[in-house]
Design a protein around this ligand. Structure first.
Ligand code: M6R
Length: 359
């Protein structure tokens, strides 16, 4: 049940420290990523990687896709529903990673079937043991987030992003042409602190107050660059899904290529300021601010917009790869509290289903 919480979504947001501890458990041994399902060397034949996913899972895939490209592995992150038209040629050295918490999303299953029929190797990254994706793919890795009841994906996003970040390091180690990131060791060492940092966010968040202050806005724009771009897209998706308010996510630099026309003093710009790329976000947020938009800075306290922002959502200092996930927790809370103040049916938003089994 929901226990002390009004909604499953809030319970699930708050269970992220535990969920992440389970996700991480035993995944790093002697400084190396260890998946019992797939021992070291399992990916030695992989030359290119394609992620296929929908919605929030797509955003988790986008996040790790960047890490994989940084390791020198050619990577595409494709919308599962558009796979047919967007995938280039694949062969047995192509690893198609289906990212799907439910393991039952029709669009994602269809993309994997298309890819395997064309000769690719498949891997499911899922929360549900025995799900269709897990059964049909050549291999499966479980994110171990525990059951998620709310339609909005929260803890499964965090557990997916962490599992995928670990998978990228496993691939970087296995694939002969890959070059593991310089800060790989620091990244793996700091992962152990992530559950505690999420706890800090949950205990110190000002998201409820901020949701109240911005509740009469006409639109909400989420911007970010690099890893922060995917966090911005995810923030906007969650916001519209449960509040029914208009929200859009953009790459920071894209704001001035069209969306800026919509910016007024009634459109808060929520700037994700974690990881690299923050300077671009700063410049573009300042541009929006000069058109009257209130700026909400989501990041460490000493972020580059600290002097300009109208409000902030703070995240503890940590490795840039994990910092984006902390920013995402703040955005989950912002969406939750805005939806709660608007009295939306948070756990079951209209027109949506937990797993989308139609194409
Ligand atoms: O089960 P999946 O991860 O394949 O689901 C994909 C999307 O339908 C899902 O993430 C959806 O976008 C969420 N409800 C968003 O919160």
């Amino acid at each position: 049940g929901k226990g002390e919480y009004d909604h499953y979504m809030l319970k699930e947001i708050n269970s992220q420290p535990t969920a992440l501890s389970n996700t991480i458990e035993g995944r790093i041994e002697d400084g190396e990523v260890a998946f019992e399902e797939l021992p070291a060397g399992s990916f030695a034949d992989v030359e290119t990687v394609q992620f296929v996913a929908c919605g929030t899972s797509y955003h988790a895939a986008m996040y790790s896709g960047q890490l994989l490209r940084a390791a020198g592995i050619p990577t595409e992150v494709l919308r599962a529903s558009e796979y047919e038209a967007t995938s280039g040629p694949v062969d047995e050295n192509t690893l198609v990673v289906a990212v799907t918490q439910s393991g039952e999303t029709a669009d994602t299953l269809d993309a994997v079937r298309t890819a395997t029929a064309r000769g690719a190797r498949s891997l499911a990254v899922t929360n549900v043991v025995g799900s269709t994706a897990a059964r049909e793919a050549d291999d499966a890795i479980y994110i171990r987030a525990g059951p998620e009841v709310g339609v909005a994906a929260t803890k499964t996003y965090s557990s997916q992003a962490v599992t995928l970040a670990l998978l990228t390091q496993r691939l970087a180690a296995d694939v002969p042409t890959a070059t593991p990131a310089d800060d790989r060791d620091a990244m793996l060492e700091t992962l152990a602190d992530l559950p505690e940092h999420v706890e800090t966010v949950l205990e110190t968040t000002t998201a409820e107050q901020l949701a109240e202050e911005t509740l009469d806005s006409t639109s909400y724009f989420f911007i970010g660059s690099r890893l922060g771009h995917s966090v911005a897209l995810e923030g906007a998706l969650k916001f519209k899904e449960i509040t029914y308010e208009h929200a859009e996510g953009f790459a920071s630099g894209e704001l001035k290529h069209g969306p800026l026309a919509l910016v007024t003093d009634e459109t808060p710009v929520i700037a994700v300021l974690t990881g690299s790329g923050v300077e671009k976000t700063k410049t573009n947020a300042i541009e929006a601010n000069s058109r009257g938009a209130p700026i909400i800075a989501v990041g460490p306290d000493d972020n580059p917009l600290a002097d300009v922002a109208d409000a902030k959502l703070s995240v503890p200092e940590t490795h840039p790869v994990w910092a984006g996930l902390l920013a995402n927790v703040q955005l989950q809370l912002l969406s939750y509290h805005a939806a709660d103040l608007l009295e939306r049916p948070i756990d079951k938003p209209r027109n949506l289903a937990k797993s989308v089994t139609v194409e």
